[in-house]
Design a protein around this ligand. Structure first.
Ligand SMILES: [Zn+2]
Ligand SMILES: [Zn+2]
Length: 88
């Protein structure tokens, strides 16, 4: 049968034991002998995390070992002008 969440076609069955414990249905993968995790769903979650905006940028001109090389994005242009004499 096909998992409706991720569209994966596998040797699935509904997990009765899990339903009795939690009241929620989930698929059990008979080939893997473990509950089915939607692989497509996981990739989406991971890509969301990596594309989340980061508040700080690292100044390439500063000492990378210093915390002060991490600068707020909106302050970065000013920092380059004042600290590195408009190198960029
Ligand atoms: Zn699935
Ligand atoms: Zn700098």
């Amino acid at each position: 049968m096909i998992c409706k969440k991720c569209g994966l076609d596998g040797h699935f069955t509904w997990d009765n034991q899990h339903f009795e414990n939690t009241g929620q249905w989930r698929l059990f993968d008979l080939n893997m002998e473990r509950p089915h995790n939607c692989p497509g769903m996981k990739v989406e979650e991971a890509s969301l995390e990596t594309t989340a905006p980061r508040p700080l940028v690292k100044c390439p001109q500063c000492d990378p070992l210093k915390d002060s090389s991490w600068i707020k994005r909106e302050k970065f242009q000013d920092h380059i002008k004042t600290a590195h004499f408009g190198f960029w």
